[in-house]
Design a protein around this ligand. Structure first.
Ligand SMILES: C[S@@+](CC[C@H](N)C(=O)[O-])C[C@H]1O[C@@H](n2cnc3c(N)ncnc32)[C@H](O)[C@@H]1O
Length: 197
């Protein structure tokens, strides 16, 4: 089953219908970088819309045209719709002109087979601003003892993500998340990573 087929057949069990509570809290607290943000594997794009604001424009990307159609319908009435863009493309081929101040990864890395993880890391390095870029990753599903080959979603750990980006990013904070959407409680960690000096 390809991602495209899953979208076309309406088989999207990952779609929570809204952003994770922790992202909404981060945005309300104003603790994420402003400027330009990128959401790879954005799906319906809830997180793109949650992140968008007067001081932050957001590019969401997904390879599925159906995901963009969902997003377009949601974005129509959003107060900051002028601040969002949705690209339909393979994330690994995406080559924007300008780097991003923030990349938000939620359920994109865990959707990829393990052999693509080094490419995911290279993409983070390529897309993040060379000095001020930040990666904020909602690391999911963190399930101790899970079979690493069982996915998607493939099991994640804070250590795995830290190691993938270690050559160019250092962790600023990695904490378990207290409030999650139903079914994801206790399986989410928030990792924030900044450029190494
Ligand atoms: C598990 S879903 C998560 C969607 C969204 N982040 C959410 O939380 O609802 C993974 C998404 O990544 C997209 N995807 C997978 N591989 C991709 C790729 N190489 N480039 C772009 N999108 C991709 C899929 O189409 C799917 O929408």
């Amino acid at each position: 089953m390809t991602w495209q087929a899953a979208w076309e057949e309406g088989r999207t069990p990952w779609d929570a219908g809204k952003s994770a509570p922790v992202l909404r809290s981060l945005v309300e607290a104003g603790s994420l970088p402003q400027g330009r943000a990128f959401v790879p594997g954005a799906g319906s794009g809830y997180d793109v819309l949650t992140l968008a604001g007067p001081e932050r424009s957001v590019v969401g990307l997904d390879l599925a045209p159906v995901a963009k159609a969902r997003f377009d319908a949601l974005a129509q009435t959003h107060p900051h719709r002028e601040q969002v863009e949705f690209v339909v493309e393979d994330a690994f081929a995406y080559a924007p002109q300008t780097p991003f101040d923030l990349v938000w990864d939620y359920t994109f890395l865990c959707a990829l087979p393990a052999e693509l993880r080094p490419q995911w890391a290279a993409m983070m390095d390529r897309l993040l601003h060379p000095s001020r870029g930040e990666l904020a990753a909602l690391i999911f599903p963190v399930v101790p003892g899970a079979d690493p080959a069982d996915g998607p979603p493939y099991p994640m750990t804070p250590e795995l993500v830290t190691e993938l980006v270690a050559p160019f990013l250092q962790p600023v904070s990695i904490v378990p998340v207290e409030t999650s959407n139903p079914g994801r409680e206790g399986k989410e960690w928030l990792g924030r990573f900044k450029r190494r000096p």
